[in-house]
Design a protein. Structure first.
Lengths: 84, 409
């Protein structure tokens, strides 16, 4: 994946696949909003999130990598760090 | 212990001859075939590219994305059929919170989901790349698993795998459990995936018709020139319930299951015989406690294979002798719906019984020596009738027979 991906690009890609996959309104995805509650994630959904990240960003994550992620901003930061 | 009466209060189906009971009724009456030629199968190496054509339902907006992710193709068909059946049975969503409802559903493969999942895992060399829903799509109990979750069922819950008799056995087993007082209401039925992966090995043993130039004429049960079955599928649901429960709820009573018979051939894995089906027929008739003359219509298992149809015709003739109920195989229109067939054919026969006709065994131009001895309906017959019998047989020699009667208090 592109090594110079900007944070804005990460956010756009991420929000698009989250809206598509988890069928939520784009408006509900705000940087300070909680990921788990907003997307109504259960433990199995995190496996789908692993697949989505691999598909859209080209790197593998483990389910435990999500432990420190609370808000969407946390999620964007995590992804941006990994795609750099 | 007093045995309880078991009635049918809802039916639904999604098949290649219609996406609901009303569409199917019209197809059955007019003798419409749902068979097509699928070029993709030829490219894959199939000997026969004939198949029932069924469109995948779009469940987005109807079902939460999580459930859709857990659902294999056959589960989609079963879900649509079950929604229709529950609606007819006047069972609303809140009913499941206050009543213990079970599910016994027929299914015997989930090949496409399994192959696709393992293709991904092999390519990615990472099991998590299959996603969170794959495991539930890849288990043979996928249909009972997903429907029991969606409808929050709290009664008996498992899948019946009995090859091409799965759907029939599911109704037979549900009938037995309700009759003996273990459950009051059970959702039963059968589902069958329709894709090139699931039928490939079946094609490989040369069981399918190769009359590819004329797809709608390919499935011709009992006809002298039959050359094999046409694979097909979909979903069919039947709601079984105690008479007492149905009456107390004011539910429509579409019919009463009065007999279930079963047997195993104890022989070859794929070659049927006459003795096994005959024993299933006799057991069912004995269980129903009726006379041969009381049976007006037989929905035959006949799949359009040379040996299978011959042996079923012999079994029917052996059991019924000079009694000549009308016989037709709706597989002449639908193709062989396999795991679903035993349930869908109960739905089809109920549609006929309620609308006063017997659907034709289309493409039956000339009988052979054995089919000439039974009374095959080669065209639609307008006739009111009260009792029908449905046969279903499967690989491994499993046989199932059901008798359903028009409800009379």
């Amino acid at each position: 994946m592109n090594s110079v991906m900007t944070m804005d690009e990460v956010i756009t890609i991420t929000n698009n696949f989250l809206v598509e996959e988890f069928e939520v309104d784009m408006a509900s995805i705000k940087p300070a909003a909680p990921v788990k509650e907003t997307l109504e994630l259960d433990s199995l959904d995190y496996v789908d999130l692993v697949v989505l990240i691999d598909t859209h960003f080209g790197f593998k994550v483990q389910q435990q990598d999500f432990k420190g992620i609370v808000t969407f901003q946390d999620f964007y930061n995590f992804l941006h760090q990994r795609v750099k | 212990m007093k045995l309880r009466r078991v009635v049918i209060t809802g039916i639904g189906a999604y098949s290649c001859i219609g996406k609901n009971v009303e569409e199917i009724k019209n197809s059955l009456y007019t003798g419409k075939s749902g068979i097509i030629y699928d070029p993709a199968r030829k490219e894959m190496g199939y000997r026969s590219a004939l198949t029932g054509f069924i469109e995948r339902p779009n469940l987005q907006g109807l079902l939460h994305r999580r459930y859709r992710g857990y659902m294999a193709e056959e589960g989609e068909y079963a879900y649509i059929a079950t929604l229709e059946a529950l609606k007819q049975a006047k069972i609303e969503d809140s009913f499941f919170d206050t009543h213990e409802v079970g599910i016994l559903y027929g299914n015997d493969s989930t090949a496409n989901a399994t192959v696709e999942t393992n293709d991904i895992i092999r390519a990615k060399k990472d099991t998590s790349m299959a996603g969170g829903g794959a495991i539930f799509q890849c288990m043979n109990s996928t249909v009972s698993m997903i429907l029991s979750t969606i409808f929050r069922l709290r009664g008996i819950n498992f899948t019946i795998s009995g090859a091409c008799a799965s759907g029939s056995h599911s109704i037979g087993m549900a009938y037995t459990m309700i009759r003996h007082g273990y459950q009051d209401i059970i959702i039963c039925g059968g589902a069958q995936e329709v894709n090139a992966v699931t039928f490939a090995s079946f094609d490989g043993i040369g069981a399918f018709s190769i009359r590819e130039t004329d797809p709608t004429k390919a499935s011709r049960p009992f006809d002298k020139d039959r050359d094999g079955l046409v694979p097909s599928g979909g979903g069919a649901t039947v709601i079984l319930e105690t008479l007492e429960s149905a009456l107390s709820r004011g539910a429509p009573i579409l019919g009463e299951v009065i007999g279930y018979g079963f047997s195993s051939n104890g022989g070859h894995i794929s070659q049927p015989n006459v003795d096994g089906p005959s024993r299933s027929l006799n057991m069912c008739i004995q269980d129903a406690g009726i006379q041969l003359k009381d049976i007006d219509y037989i929905n035959a298992h006949a799949t359009s294979t040379p040996i299978g149809d011959m042996n079923e015709a012999k079994a029917i003739h052996q059991v019924f002798g000079n009694h000549k109920p009308y016989v037709s195989s709706t597989k002449s229109m639908t193709g062989h719906e396999c795991w679903m067939a035993g349930a869908s054919e109960i739905v089809y026969s109920l549609i006929m019984m309620h609308n006063g006709f017997i659907a034709p065994n289309i493409n039956m131009n000339e009988p052979d020596e054995d089919s000439a001895k039974i009374n095959i309906a080669t065209s639609t017959i307008d006739k009111n009738f009260d009792v029908f019998l449905s046969n279903s047989f499967g690989f491994g020699g499993t046989n199932s027979t059901l008798i359903v009667k028009k409800y009379k208090p």
